[in-house]
Design a protein around this ligand. Structure first.
Ligand code: IPM
Ligand code: MN
Length: 369
């Protein structure tokens, strides 16, 4: 029995999580395991009512689960950043989910905007570092003078910056990015191990030609780790160049490892070449802790409650969750069932179909064989 937390969140989040749970329950019946769901009321509604994003009890209780299944957050009534940082990023950091795993795979029957490319050309995974870089959230916007202590608290380390800034500009802003040896090493190792089990090629992304301190360290650690995996071919790309190669030659890639912010950007591009955000899942993974699985798209508040949201990314994220829990056969069955829905055109409008969110979920839940 797996104990899984489910967080619908905002906008279309609750609807797509409902379909995901339906499919995972159906597949668990077939493959002889069971899931005990605990639903959490986390998101904009609660924040607007009680001012709470996540409290100690939430963390404690989530920390006892085998995994977290997450819909989406984001709401027009809350200024941008509050929910994203206070809920999603907080959970990634608190549970030290240092890998953000995003498969870029063109499923059978899905159209890609890349002409002449098919499922055999678009099948790689992006391993995005998930706790460091410019996402550490420390910076400031100020005028003239400022003294500030900025801190990063992680399981791996605590860092304290004491800044004493004088400026005669009217207003400046700065943001500090942090890359650590430990933080890069663990995610790069994870990516090398992943590549060993796939086509044995790992591509690292950086911008060491300009941001040479922060990404110079990343590159140095990557090269050091590469020595330990002689069976894996390794290469570097700059982030600007990789956006070009994703479009021109996606078949070159097997596993791509990237610092956090570049990973955010290139996986939206990846989502497009695999058929759109409606088909792009992600896992926030701590191999020794509580991992969290979510679609990479947002909460699309204007579609809330209309039954038009595509549940496939969330259902696929559920398959990633099963794979991580060790239910590999069940995980494969879910992805195959998504392909059957695509084949039979039981799809939402974004994919050219006319089915509702629920109809897609029902069809996939019945196609698990
Ligand atoms: C993603 C999202 C998040 C990110 C936001 C919502 C904080 O864009 O998961 O890619 O930037 O990581
Ligand atoms: Mn993103």
């Amino acid at each position: 029995m797996y104990h899984i937390a489910s967080i619908g969140g905002d906008g279309i989040g609750p609807e797509i999580i409902m379909e995901g749970k339906k499919v995972l329950d159906a597949v668990s019946d077939k493959y002889n395991f069971s899931i005990k769901w605990t639903d959490y009321d986390i998101g904009a509604e609660r924040y607007l009512k009680d001012g709470i994003l996540l409290d100690e009890d939430d963390y404690k209780s989530l920390g006892r689960k085998d995994a977290i299944y997450f819909g989406a957050i984001g709401d027009d009534r809350v200024p941008p950043g509050i929910l994203e940082k206070g809920i999603l990023l907080s959970m990634r950091f608190y549970f030290d989910q240092f890998v953000n795993l995003r498969p870029i795979k063109l499923l059978k029957g899905v159209e890609t905007p890349l002409s002449g490319k098919g499922p055999e050309d678009i099948d790689f995974v992006v391993v995005r570092e998930n706790t460091e870089d410019f996402y550490v959230g420390i910076g400031s916007l100020f005028s003239k003078k400022e003294k500030k202590i900025l801190e990063v608290k992680r399981e791996l380390y605590n860092i304290k910056f004491s800044l004493d800034i004088e400026s005669d500009s009217d207003e400046i802003a700065y943001q500090i990015g942090v890359i650590s040896r430990e933080g890069s090493k663990r995610v790069i190792d994870y990516a090398f191990e992943k590549a060993e089990k796939r086509k044995k090629k790992l591509t690292s992304v950086d911008k060491a030609n300009v941001l040479s301190d922060i990404y110079g360290l990343w590159r140095k650690v990557f090269l050091e780790e590469a020595q330990k995996y002689p069976g894996v071919t390794h290469e570097f790309t700059f982030v600007d160049a990789i956006t070009m190669w994703f479009v021109k030659n996606p078949e070159w890639f097997d596993v791509v490892v990237t610092p956090n912010m570049f990973g955010d950007i290139i996986t939206d591009l990846g989502a497009m070449i695999q058929g759109g955000l409606g088909l792009a899942p992600g896992g926030n993974i701590n191999p020794c802790g509580v991992s969290m699985f979510e679609p990479i798209h947002g909460s699309a508040p204007k579609y809330r409650g209309l039954g038009v949201a595509n549940p496939c990314a969330t259902i696929w994220a559920g398959a990633l969750m099963l794979e991580t829990l060790g239910e590999v056969k069940a995980s494969e069955a879910v992805v195959k069932a998504i392909e059957r829905a695509i084949d039979k055109k039981v799809m939402t409008k974004d994919m050219g179909g006319s089915s509702s969110t629920r109809e897609v979920g029902d069809f996939i839940a019945k196609s698990l064989y």
